[in-house]
Design a protein around this ligand. Structure first.
Ligand SMILES: Nc1ncnc2c1ncn2[C@@H]1O[C@H](COP(=O)(O)OP(=O)(O)OP(=O)(O)O)[C@@H](O)[C@H]1O
Ligand SMILES: [Mg+2]
Length: 254
């Protein structure tokens, strides 16, 4: 089973958008995917379930009040499930810090996952309790980079954290890769930014880039991934390409 944390502490680079549309793409390709909203802000949850969701959440799972199965909500397409976030998670972040083994809460909660092929975790734009927990629970980290002048901003800190967790709590942890988001052809320096990113991270940069598209803004309004309401849009197709590219790399290793 693949367990992938999606992270970058720079805000607004497309982590949540990638989490939703990549998860939907994996499901479209026949995988069973569980997507966890580990951001107390709950952007992912609000995008897919809207405000006022009353069911079980990640908080309940981490507190042992609910099992993963009870908290998992089906999304579109078939095979895609989410574990919602809630504002209670904010308090838990602080509370956990004083407890022994706080870094492993996530790992323990999602250890026995039957019936899923892929676990994706959408992390908050911080290197906080939830992010550290997701790095301990995951096998790899997928890092979205927004295609602008600040693409690499704050990255050394993120890479240092990943290295630290790998050398201590999770020796399995790898970098899944870097995905360039919000690529805009009208921005004449976009190709320069892509080559700069490739200069640093080489084959770890996915060939598939995600275009900037206003269609992504429709997604939370409709409460669905792009693939569900605009399957032929460039944005939806690129996330399917990304899912295929990732799966291709996994098969190459086997
Ligand atoms: N490819 C894209 N084209 C156009 N808009 C996009 C694209 N990807 C994301 N956005 C928009 O950019 C904003 C930030 O995206 P998103 O919420 O996915 O980022 P994030 O990294 O999860 O943010 P945060 O750090 O706050 O959690 C949202 O309004 C989203 O709709
Ligand atoms: Mg987000």
């Amino acid at each position: 089973m693949r367990k992938i944390a999606i992270a970058n502490q720079r805000p607004g680079v497309g982590k949540t958008t990638t989490a939703i549309n990549l998860a939907a793409s994996f499901a479209f390709l026949g995988k069973r995917v569980l997507l966890v909203d580990a951001d107390p802000q709950g952007g992912l949850t609000k995008s897919l379930l809207h405000d006022g969701y009353k069911g079980r959440t990640l908080y309940d799972v981490l507190q042992g009040i609910s099992g993963v199965d009870d908290a998992a909500v089906p999304a579109e397409p078939r095979g895609f499930y989410i574990i919602p976030s809630s504002s209670e998670l904010q308090g838990l972040e602080v509370e956990l810090r004083s407890q022994k083994g706080w870094e492993r809460r996530f790992k323990d909660a999602f250890k026995k996952l039957e019936g899923f092929d892929i676990l994706l975790i959408d992390s908050p734009p911080t290197l906080s309790t939830m992010t550290v927990n997701s790095f301990v629970a995951a096998n790899s980290v997928l890092i979205p980079l927004q295609c602008d002048y600040f693409a690499l901003e704050g990255l050394p800190q993120l890479l240092k954290t990943i290295k630290l967790i790998k050398s201590s709590l999770n020796p399995m942890l790898e970098i899944e890769g870097f995905v360039i988001t919000m690529y805009d052809r009208r921005f004449r320096f976009a190709p320069n930014i892509v080559s700069e990113i490739k200069k640093y991270f080489d084959e770890k940069v996915f060939e598939t880039t995600i275009p900037r598209s206003v269609r992504f803004l429709e997604s939370p309004v409709l409460g669905k991934p792009l693939l569900s309401f605009a399957p032929d849009s460039k944005g939806a197709r690129r996330y399917v390409d990304l899912a295929r590219e990732m799966m291709g790399k996994w098969e190459a290793v086997l």
